[in-house]
Structure formats: structure tokens, C-alpha cells
Write a new protein. Structure first.
Length: 132
């Protein structure tokens, strides 16, 4: 163990609960988690060096990430929308259909006619947005 590791281990536990579980310093927990997030670092090894259960340290990492990056609303990939010629949609669409939407993404063209389930359309657009 290095000097920093032993010093951090000494600061980590600040008390005990009635049931015998440890109470940990928030600052020391943050330092451990940040050490674990460095590239090439083994969470299990860090946990072992500090006398912790690796699952507990992984839980702290998860909590740290949730606080550092709160779940935003679903990220939306914007794609260009081009208005289709109205005459092209009318020619191809049946007479009883209300409207037409044409979406062109690189080499793919999507024509939507009439009523569409928004969840299905979202799924198609998400798949197109992920394409290279």
C-alpha cells in the first residue's frame, strides 16, 4: 500500500452504527470513487487495498455518476427534415389518408401516410439516427 492509500484508509471510516456497520467520510468516498474512474484502474483492487467490499465501492460509483450526471430527458438526435412535394404524396397515397410526411436521412427515405403510432415512428427515427 502506498502512503496515500494508507492515509485515505485511515480517513475513510469515521464511525460505526448501532448494528456494527461503518459510517464513511463523504470526502474519502469521493476520492476513492474518483480514483476508480481513472482509466485502467481495477475497482476490486482499490476496494481490497482499502478494506472494502468491491460491491459497496461499485454502489458508490453508481451513486456518484447519478449525482454527477443526473438523468436528463432522453437525448434526442436531430435529423434534417425536408418537406416533400405535396403532389408526390397525393399520387401515392389513397384518397382516404389525411396527410403525408417524407423524411430523408442520408440514403434512406421514410414516407409516412395517414395516422402513425408515435412510438413506432420514434423507434424508426432512433434507429436511423444511430446509423453510421
Amino acid at each position: 500500500m502506498s502512503e496515500h492509500t494508507s492515509e485515505l484508509s485511515a480517513r475513510l471510516v469515521v464511525g460505526r452504527k448501532r448494528d456494527g456497520r461503518n459510517v464513511y467520510s463523504k470526502q474519502a468516498k469521493r476520492e476513492l470513487v474518483e480514483a476508480c474512474l481513472r482509466p485502467g484502474v481495477s475497482v476490486a483492487r482499490i476496494a481490497y487495498e482499502h478494506g472494502l467490499n468491491a460491491n459497496l465501492l461499485r454502489k458508490w460509483i453508481t451513486l456518484y455518476r447519478e449525482v454527477a450526471q443526473p438523468p436528463a430527458t432522453e437525448a434526442v438526435a436531430l435529423i434534417p427534415v425536408v418537406q416533400a412535394h405535396e403532389s408526390a404524396c397525393r399520387r401515392a397515397a389513397p384518397a382516404d389518408v389525411a396527410g403525408c410526411l417524407e423524411i430523408v436521412v442520408s440514403d434512406a427515405t421514410i414516407r409516412v401516410r395517414g395516422a402513425v403510432d408515435p412510438r413506432q415512428l420514434r423507434l424508426v427515427l432512433d434507429c436511423l439516427a444511430r446509423r453510421p
